[in-house]
Design a protein around this ligand. Structure first.
Ligand code: LLP
Length: 385
């Protein structure tokens, strides 16, 4: 925890607090790992956190953007990302979003089906422009993560079956106003086992051989995102293992001469710089359990309710009282009228009182962006510290 407790005590709750310094250090770590590879391009996956200050910081550092909606494309342009560095992904792009992307002149569409390819061709012809597309191929690679966030299996809704790759490239080359510039992949999120990315590399190598046999060459390979972070010990590992991640691709992916390699990292860039700041409303004692009831709930941070995710919980007021001993066991819950509104069960914490200030750690990615106004609650405020 690098925030100053007195400063936090003056902020309203619930709110998100973002550590600018850690964000800068994380971006520097990525740049130091990719510096020697001019052909590596990292696009930030805006869905992880679309705060305008964060977007502007990432854009200033020269990263591209990975967008999944018209709104995200607008946010990326407003934040200063170059249109040519924007990739537009998503299994269901609406016509207005495709038109917006064409008008802006984005770098490439990641196309998920033949049907979408035909619609983009039609809309590009109407706009008298050329759409640069990458085909999202479903690599049918198993990734060791939560079932809701694995995306690269054949039964997922994402991408074009890899057996269909060659015919779809041929279709793309015949369609008017379409230039097929690459292949796109994404196998899942919160991946910590590099062998998952290695398996993706092997699949891409096979597919590239198939293309060689057919005399097809494409300039771009996009391997998506997915690098995970340490939710258990955020202070032990504030920066994701970018060295191991990029080395996996360097060592296992066989790029063709001149081929550009694109990455779409979200979580690994922003998760650790964010915490959800919240106050204890009640400590409720029952015969079965003791509950800590916070003023933040699944409306501010839905990951525990949705994926069973665990965010490290810290009672920073107890720490101020010099009580750091996790002597009590509590169910830490939110105020929402849903039994799934639980952050952690039987969680060991110092003795906790009404009014104590808590931090839910590693909440910079998919926290604020997934917040809702359920129960007519206001959206959480944000503080960049
Ligand atoms: N590229 C594509 C095509 C994606 O679908 C995703 C994430 C990313 C890149 C960025 O992945 P990252 O580097 O952040 O793992 N809400 C969930 C995560 C959903 C991820 C969706 N796709 C969560 O809170 O864990």
């Amino acid at each position: 925890m690098r925030f100053d407790t007195t400063q936090l005590a003056g902020l309203p709750t619930p709110s998100y607090v973002y550590d600018k310094t850690l964000l800068a250090e994380t971006l520097a770590a990525i740049k130091s790992q990719t510096r020697d590879n001019a052909d590596y391009h990292v696009h930030y996956a805006i869905k992880a956190n679309d705060n305008p200050d964060i977007l502007a910081t990432i854009a200033r550092e020269g990263f591209g953007a990975d967008c999944v909606s018209g709104g995200e494309i607008r946010a990326a342009l407003d934040a200063g990302f170059a249109a040519s560095d924007i990739a537009f992904a998503g299994v269901g792009k609406a016509d207005w979003e495709i038109r917006l992307a064409l008008d802006a002149g984005i770098g490439m569409f990641n196309v998920e089906s033949r049907e979408e390819l035909e619609v983009i061709s039609h809309l590009a012809a109407e706009a008298q422009t050329e759409a640069r597309v990458s085909l999202r191929i479903n690599p049918d690679v198993e990734a060791s993560t939560h079932a809701h966030i694995t995306t690269g299996r054949a039964e997922n809704k994402f991408g074009i079956a890899y057996e269909e790759m060659i015919p779809t490239i041929r279709l793309a080359s015949q369609l008017p106003n379409i230039t097929c510039v690459g292949l796109h992949f994404h196998i899942g999120s919160q991946l910590l086992d590099m062998s998952d990315f290695e398996a993706l590399c092997h699949r891409i190598n096979e597919l590239q051989e198939l293309m060689d046999e057919q005399g097809i060459s494409l300039g771009n390979i996009n391997v998506g995102g997915g690098l995970g972070v340490d939710y258990t010990e955020p202070d032990g590992h504030p920066i994701a293992d970018f060295a191991a991640y990029f080395a996996t691709f360097r060592d296992h992916l066989l790029l063709r001469p001149g081929q550009q390699l694109h990455f779409e990292l979200g979580r690994a860039i922003v998760a650790q710089m964010g915490s959800l700041l919240t106050r204890v409303l009640y400590v409720k004692h029952t015969s079965a359990k003791d509950f800590v009831i916070l003023d933040a709930g699944m409306t501010e941070l839905i990951r525990p309710a949705l994926y069973g995710a665990l965010h490290k919980i810290e009672n920073i007021s107890a720490a101020e009282r010099n009580d750091a001993v996790p002597s009590h066991s509590y169910d830490v819950v939110g105020p929402i009228c849903e039994s799934s509104d639980v952050f952690a069960r039987d969680y060991a914490l110092p003795r906790t009182e009404r009014g104590d200030l808590f931090l839910l750690r590693s909440a910079g990615a998919y926290g604020q962006t997934m917040a809702s106004t359920y129960n007519h609650r206001p959206l959480p405020q944000v503080f960049m510290l």
